[in-house]
Design a protein around this ligand. Structure first.
Ligand code: LLP
Length: 382
């Protein structure tokens, strides 16, 4: 992925920056589109994973819909040409302003996360003389077997409506004249690599759609959410297992005639297409530890510090054997500002270029201005 030409080009650039390999992005999107089209499944890109304008433009050009979690994401999706008939608005705390904006934009559907929210959307839609499409986000209490901080589908999580509250949902839906019930929505967590987990989700979706149909609400859309994980240990050419993922739903989801199956993939579409490239500012050799101090830190990529997430680290400037252990750290005034401890690398020097790989998802979008840092740059392959 990092050819000599790339590295020569990088030498002249200010660091740190996110380097986007548009070929990898294209190949990933191709693989996802082919695998989903085989079964007639619809994919909405979960924009929160990366809303870099060039990334959005390319994803839009593949015909995917957009899964948004704020009014600004809805706005960006529409500005980048996503078909508003394929824009969904999810999120546990939608403000009135955001709901009004989405109503005015005539988006496809609101994924609703509480009974109270149903009533609010109904009132705001009534004031505009509109009918809003809604899907009910159900918390299925299915364990995603992923990091505790990115699990969303358990009773203890704030997301979605718990199964025991469904009778209240049915009552509200009957009373709300300005809502059109479309279907049911689920999302159990992120970076899921054990596809077995999705079988349990399918079982729960099948039960839940029966419940709604039995109570007089035809289910047109089954939205299974996202969460498909990627292999952070093999950054090159290892596209997520879209075939295997969609096959689980094909085999285990009870899809009735006329129903649409929707997916909201974020990470699996964008993670492998970017790396964070930075320079070594200082090398500190201690008695117990060697430190590589980079010009990028938790303000540019917070995943390792927030979730103990693994990202492969490479020295692009040295080709010798990896014979030295370094704690690779950032410049921020926090002890947790460490990308990884005891990384095996070639002996490294001030000015070396370091790549933190598989950083295309939840990387650039989670950048912060802490310590009044400069905004990280973006560089694209041809
Ligand atoms: N749908 C809903 C309702 C979601 O909350 C999410 C992600 C997705 C879809 C997309 O999930 P994905 O396919 O990307 O796994 N910042 C964390 C991940 C947070 C995920 C939030 N929700 C990280 O860096 O690992």
């Amino acid at each position: 992925m990092f050819s000599k030409t790339n590295i020569n080009k990088f030498q002249e650039l200010d660091t740190p920056f996110y380097y986007y390999d548009m070929e990898v992005l294209r190949a990933t999107l191709d693989a996802c589109r082919d695998a989903s089209a085989k079964h007639g499944f619809h994919v909405h890109y979960a924009m929160k994973a990366n809303f870099n304008p060039k990334v959005l433009d390319m994803i839009q050009s593949f015909g995917f819909g957009a899964d948004c979690v704020s009014g600004n994401e809805v706005k960006a999706a529409i500005e980048h040409g996503f078909d508003k008939g394929k824009v969904v608005f999810a999120g546990v705390g939608k403000s009135d302003r955001e709901i009004n904006f989405a109503l005015d934009a005539d988006i496809f559907c609101f994924n609703v996360e509480s009974v109270q929210e149903l009533n609010i959307i109904d009132g705001l839609a009534a004031a505009k003389g509109k009918k809003a499409n809604v899907a009910i986000r159900i918390n299925p209490n299915v364990d995603a077997h992923t990091h505790h901080f990115i699990t969303t589908g358990l009773d203890e999580n704030k997301f979605g409506i718990n199964i025991w509250q469904l009778p209240d949902v049915a009552t509200a839906l009957r009373q709300c004249n300005n809502l059109q019930f479309l279907g049911i929505h689920f999302h159990i967590g992120s970076q899921i690599t054990d596809l077995e987990v999705y079988k349990s989700l399918c079982t729960r979706i099948n039960e839940m759609q029966d419940w709604f149909e039995d109570h007089g609400f035809p289910v047109k859309v089954l939205n299974t959410g996202g969460g498909l994980g990627v292999d952070y240990h093999n950054p090159d050419g290892n596209i997520a297992d879209f075939e295997g993922y969609f096959q689980v739903f094909k085999s285990f989801l009870n899809v009735k005639p006329g129903q649409e199956v929707h997916f909201e993939l974020g990470r699996a579409l964008v993670a492998q297409s970017a790396s964070l490239v930075s320079r070594v500012l200082y090398v500190k050799n201690g008695q117990k530890k060697n430190f590589l101090i980079l010009d990028a830190g938790m303000t540019e990529l917070i995943r390792p510090m927030l979730y103990q997430a693994y990202h492969q680290i490479e020295n692009l400037s040295q080709t010798s054997e990896a014979d030295t252990k370094y704690d690779v750290v950032g410049p921020i005034c926090e002890s947790t500002d460490c990308f990884q401890k005891d990384v095996d690398l070639p002996q490294s020097f001030r000015g070396d270029l370091i790549a933190v790989r598989t950083a295309g998802a939840y990387g650039e979008v989670m950048v912060s201005g802490y310590n009044l840092r400069d905004r990280v740059g973006s560089v694209y392959s041809e």
